[in-house]
Design a binder for this molecule. Structure first.
Ligand SMILES: [Zn+2]
Ligand SMILES: [Zn+2]
Length: 247
């Protein structure tokens, strides 16, 4: 049996044992059928990413927050509500059941939101990096998969480059596991850096779209944006599937 035949056989066995079915209605065939996909509501307004109180255009900072402190991100576009159970299941599948195909419908939702909010077309897409140990454990970087799908479909006839210009130097605790706000901030501070594999001026004056799966306080995106701006980026917009609020 060739390697290819073996992988087909393996896929056949897996498909038989764990048939792919829609996470919304359980119909077989897809992780999300088109009917359930079209039922997922894209948020029809965006909030200021800092205070999460004021509605702003394209998820930009509200005037108060802009004045109050330096925030390296220019905006965050959130696609859907974290309360959507189908979306929650898709994210769980992707991150903890290692089903990379779940990134397809999730990136479609992000695309819809990006187009609706009419963000400027970025010159570069950057995924939030995983620590190498985490990457080995999962086998893929879920944010990178989302970024790749978005890059192919954001602007017709134009494939925007996805670049891993950031690296995560510390295998920090997952933000979602930390309840305390201050601790979350501390957990994420100074853990990213510029990937020296790339030339120093690669980000110079560029408009960048930063991709992550879920944002909570926005601290991860902000830390990444800080590095991108320190290395010359002109604008950094963030995009996430959903935002989780701390209770
Ligand atoms: Zn369905
Ligand atoms: Zn604000």
């Amino acid at each position: 049996m060739s390697k290819y035949e073996l992988s087909l056989a393996k896929k056949f066995v897996l498909d038989t044992l764990f048939p792919t079915s829609c996470l919304g209605c359980r119909r077989e065939g897809n992780w999300l059928c088109s009917a359930c996909f079209s039922q997922i509501k894209i948020l029809d307004f965006q909030l200021c990413p800092v205070c999460e109180k004021n509605i702003t255009e394209k998820g930009a900072l509200c005037p108060d927050c802009k004045k109050a402190r330096k925030f390296s991100l220019d905006a965050i576009v959130t696609a859907v509500s974290y309360e959507n159970q189908t979306v929650k299941k898709l994210i769980y599948n992707l991150k903890y059941r290692f089903i990379s195909d779940s990134s397809g419908p999730l990136s479609e939702l992000m695309l819809k939101a990006l187009l609706r909010n009419d963000l400027p077309i970025p010159e570069l897409i950057v995924p939030v990096p995983l620590h190498p140990r985490r990457l080995r454990w999962r086998g893929f970087n879920q944010s990178r998969l989302l970024a790749e799908n978005i890059s192919k479909n954001l602007a017709p006839l134009l494939e925007i480059e996805v670049m891993d210009v950031l690296k995560r130097d510390k295998n920090n605790k997952a933000q979602m596991k930390i309840k305390n706000y201050r601790e979350r901030l501390r957990n994420i501070q100074n853990i990213f850096s510029f990937n020296a594999r790339f030339s120093k001026d690669i980000l110079k004056n560029k408009e960048i779209l930063l991709i992550d799966d879920i944002a909570t306080t926005g601290a991860t995106l902000r830390e990444c944006a800080k590095i991108l701006k320190a290395n010359g980026a002109k604008k950094v917009y963030g995009a996430v599937i959903a935002r989780q609020t701390i209770k």
